[in-house]
Design a protein around this ligand. Structure first.
Ligand code: NAD
Length: 263
């Protein structure tokens, strides 16, 4: 990335909304946009956590971050979140649909409740926020970045609901991209492989052992850090990606380049 497009004024005067901003990748995405001059509205179901994230920011950038309560699984909450941005920030340039949950389970292990919860957060959430935000994004000729996963390209063992929801996010991204392209809104998705966040840590009791296993099958030999995912999101939302829409961008150290044959 060149200094010409990647500096602290790149997003000056722009407003970015990030769902699931309190933790992991969402926190890193918020920070990356703050570092390039944006104002960021971070929504999270965990109101306390998103407020303490705000409090942890360096003083110089803290005034450009506003914490908000948001439950992406509720259309009313998504509508309120965007209405709050219309009132406070008065514009919206970028929506990052990042909030997600990833409970373990094959189809026969998955209850109705778990299935509905995963669909509600990981899929409905992106639909509700995109629908609420599109009128303001159209005014700003803005963009959306959805968080899919390598689990939406190929499937992970024992993550049936998650795989299904992330696969649907891939095609929701394409639908949005083709329907709103002529209105100058670009829509892309990132597909991260394993990233060192609380979500991954919760599911992996033995993270160090599993990290060694990941290291064997990830061509770059390690899992990702949240900031490496965040940088790709900033790129996709930036003028440097002005002709990129409908793209599903793997950030996976090469995992989806491998066909699974043992070496
Ligand atoms: P995380 O658990 O660290 O953070 C998720 C955040 O979303 C939390 O702050 C949580 O409170 C919030 N959230 C949960 N339900 C919500 C709701 N209903 N409304 C609003 N906020 C809600 O997880 P993470 O690893 O940072 O994951 C972020 C995104 O990246 C998810 O969509 C996840 O599926 C995706 N992803 C993660 C990995 C990985 O390895 N960590 C890999 C691929 C994709």
């Amino acid at each position: 990335m060149t200094a010409r497009v990647w500096n602290e004024t790149l997003f000056e005067g722009r407003v970015v909304a990030v769902s699931g901003a309190a933790s992991g990748i969402g926190a890193a995405i918020s920070r990356a946009f703050l570092d390039v001059g944006a104002s960021v509205v971070g929504g999270d179901i965990d109101e306390k956590a998103v407020q303490s994230y705000a409090d942890s920011l360096p003083e110089a950038i803290r005034p450009r971050f506003r914490a908000a309560r948001l439950d992406v699984s509720s259309s009313a909450s998504a509508n309120d979140f965007i209405a709050g941005i219309r009132t406070h920030e008065k514009r919206l340039d970028v929506l990052v649909n990042n909030a997600g949950v990833a409970p373990v389970g094959s189809v026969t292990d998955t209850t109705d409740e778990t299935w509905r919860h995963v669909m509600a957060v990981d899929l409905d959430g992106a639909f509700f926020l995109a629908r609420a935000a599109l009128p303001v994004l159209i005014e700003a000729a803005g963009s959306i970045v959805n968080t899919a996963s390598v689990s939406g390209i190929g499937a992970d063992f024992n993550y049936a609901a998650y795989n299904a929801a992330k696969g649907a996010i891939v095609n929701l991204t394409r639908s949005l991209a083709i329907d709103y392209g002529k209105k100058s809104v670009r829509v892309n998705a990132i597909a991260p492989g394993p990233v060192r966040t609380p979500l991954l840590e919760r599911n992996l009791d033995a993270l160090p052992t599993l990290e060694r296993a990941f290291a064997r099958f990830i061509p770059l030999g390690r899992i990702a850090e949240p900031a490496e995912v965040a940088d790709a999101v900033v790129f996709l939302a930036s003028p440097a990606a002005s002709f990129i829409t409908g793209a599903i961008v793997p950030i996976d150290g090469g995992v989806t380049a491998w066909n699974g044959q043992p070496n």
